[in-house]
Unconditional design. Structure first.
Length: 403
C-alpha cells in the first residue's frame, strides 16, 4: 500500500492533498479484496446483530427500540472502525490477523451480553466492547508505524475513543436513566471524533483501498438483509404453529421486501458508488460520510424491519397487526430508503425523490393500517418496494436509450 507518511516523520500530520489525491486506477491498494479472516470477523457480527433484534423483540416499546438502536450504533461503530483500520493495513498483515482473531472472541462476548446489556451484563458488555475498540487503535498504530496511516489523525480520534470508553464503563456501574445518559454521551463523543473534532486531520488519515472498502460495507448490508430473512424463519419456529397457507404467505412477503432492499442497493448504486469513490477529489471524507455514517441509517432501517418481522410472525397473521410490529416494519423500511437516498446524495450527488416518496408511503401505510392484518401490511410494503424497483429499472433503461 502506498505510504502516506514517512516512518521518521510519522508524528507530523500528512499533507491534506496527499490524502485527497486519488490513486491510479491500477494501484494495488485500490484493488485489494476482502480476506477470509475478515469474513470470519463478519460472521461473528451476524450473531451480535441477531442479538440486537432479539433485544428489541423482547421489549417492543419505545424504550426497547431506543435501547436496541443504542446497542446497534455501538456495534456498528466497532465494526466500521475495524474496516478503516484493516483498510490501512497490508493484506497479509500478521498484526491485523491477530487483532481480528482476538476481536472475534471479544465481539462474541459482546453479542452474548447484548440481551441484558442494560441489566445484569452491562459491565461485561462494556469491557468486552472497549477491548475491541482499543484493539482497533492498536491496528491503526501498527499501520502508522509502517507508514500506511497518518499518526496525527489517529491520535486525534484516539482521544475521543478513550473518553467514550471511560464514559461507557462509568455508565455500566450506574443504573437507570444515569446509565442511559452516560452511554449516549459516550456514543456522541465517539462518533464526533472523526466527524467534527478531527475532520481536517482526517483527510490525512490514509489512502482508501477503494475496492476493499466498498466491498466490506456491501457485505455488512448483505449480513443485515440476511438477518431479516433469518428473523422470518426463527419467528415461525418460535411460534410453533402449523405452517398454513396464510402463515406461509405472511412469511414470504417480508422476504420479497428483503429482495427489494438488496435490489435497490446492489443493482446499480453499490458499483456506481465504488467507482465514484475511486476518482473522488476528497476520498477519505467522502468515505467517512457516505459509508461510516450514512450506512448506519441504512443498517438501522434493515434491523428495525427485521425486528418487526420477528414480532409479526409470532402472532396471528390474520388478526389486526400489533402497533409495535407495524411501526417496526413500515418505519424500518422507510428508514432504510431514507438512508439509501442520503448515501446516494453524498457519494453520487444524485437526488432520490422516488425512494423518499416510497418512504413517505410506508409511513402513511403505518398510520392508516391500524386495523389491517399482518399479511396485508406485509403485502403493502412488498408492493411499494417492488414498484420502486420497477420504476428504477424503467428509468435506467430510459436513460440508456436517451444516451
Amino acid at each position: 500500500m502506498t505510504d502516506m507518511t514517512d516512518a521518521t516523520t510519522a508524528a507530523q500530520q500528512p499533507p491534506a492533498d496527499a490524502a485527497a489525491t486519488p490513486a491510479p486506477a491500477g494501484d494495488p491498494a485500490i484493488e485489494r479484496r476482502t480476506t477470509p479472516i475478515e469474513l470470519l470477523w463478519d460472521l461473528v457480527f451476524v450473531f451480535a446483530i441477531t442479538q440486537v433484534t432479539t433485544l428489541f423483540a423482547h421489549d417492543a416499546k419505545w424504550r426497547g427500540l431506543g435501547e436496541a438502536m443504542l446497542i446497534l450504533a455501538l456495534v456498528w461503530w466497532a465494526w466500521s472502525a475495524f474496516v478503516w483500520a484493516a483498510n490501512a493495513q497490508e493484506e497479509q498483515s500478521r498484526a491485523l490477523r491477530a487483532c481480528l482473531l482476538a476481536g472475534t472472541v471479544l465481539i462474541f462476548v459482546v453479542g452474548l451480553a447484548v440481551p441484558h446489556a442494560f441489566g445484569a451484563n452491562s459491565l461485561l458488555f462494556v469491557l468486552a466492547y472497549a477491548a475491541v475498540r482499543f484493539l482497533h487503535l492498536g491496528v491503526y498504530a501498527d499501520a502508522s508505524r509502517r507508514g500506511n496511516a497518518g499518526r496525527a489523525a489517529i491520535l486525534g480520534f484516539a482521544v475521543t475513543v478513550v473518553i467514550g470508553m471511560v464514559l461507557l464503563v462509568i455508565g455500566a456501574l450506574t443504573h437507570g436513566w444515569v446509565r442511559i445518559v452516560l452511554w449516549l454521551m459516550a456514543l456522541a463523543i465517539d462518533y464526533a471524533g472523526p466527524a467534527w473534532l478531527t475532520r481536517e486531520r482526517l483527510r490525512g488519515l490514509q489512502q482508501v483501498a477503494v475496492a476493499h472498502f466498498a466491498e466490506r460495507y456491501g457485505a455488512f448490508v448483505i449480513i443485515c438483509i440476511g438477518e431479516s430473512i433469518v428473523a422470518v424463519g426463527v419467528g415461525v419456529g418460535v411460534a410453533e404453529r402449523p405452517l398454513t397457507a396464510e402463515l406461509a404467505i405472511a412469511a414470504t412477503l417480508p422476504l420479497l421486501t428483503a429482495v427489494g432492499m438488496w435490489w435497490t442497493y446492489f443493482d446499480r448504486t453499490a458499483d456506481r458508488a465504488q467507482e465514484r469513490l475511486r476518482v473522488h477529489h476528497d476520498p477519505v471524507l467522502a468515505a467517512a460520510d457516505a459509508y461510516s455514517y450514512m450506512h448506519l441509517i441504512i443498517v438501522a432501517g434493515i434491523i428495525i424491519f427485521a425486528g418487526g418481522v420477528k414480532l409479526v410472525v409470532q402472532e396471528s397473521v390474520t388478526a389486526p397487526m400489533h402497533d409495535a410490529g407495524r411501526l417496526a416494519m413500515c418505519g424500518g423500511a422507510a428508514l432504510y430508503l431514507v438512508g439509501l437516498a442520503a448515501f446516494r446524495l453524498r457519494i453520487l450527488g444524485e437526488h432520490s425523490f422516488g425512494r423518499l416518496l416510497v418512504a413517505l408511503a410506508m409511513i402513511v401505510l403505518y398510520v392508516a393500517g391500524g386495523g389491517l392484518p399482518a399479511w396485508t401490511i406485509g403485502a403493502g410494503i412488498a408492493a411499494l418496494m417492488a414498484a420502486l424497483c420497477a420504476g428504477e429499472v424503467m428509468q435506467a433503461r430510459a436513460r440508456e436509450h436517451a444516451g
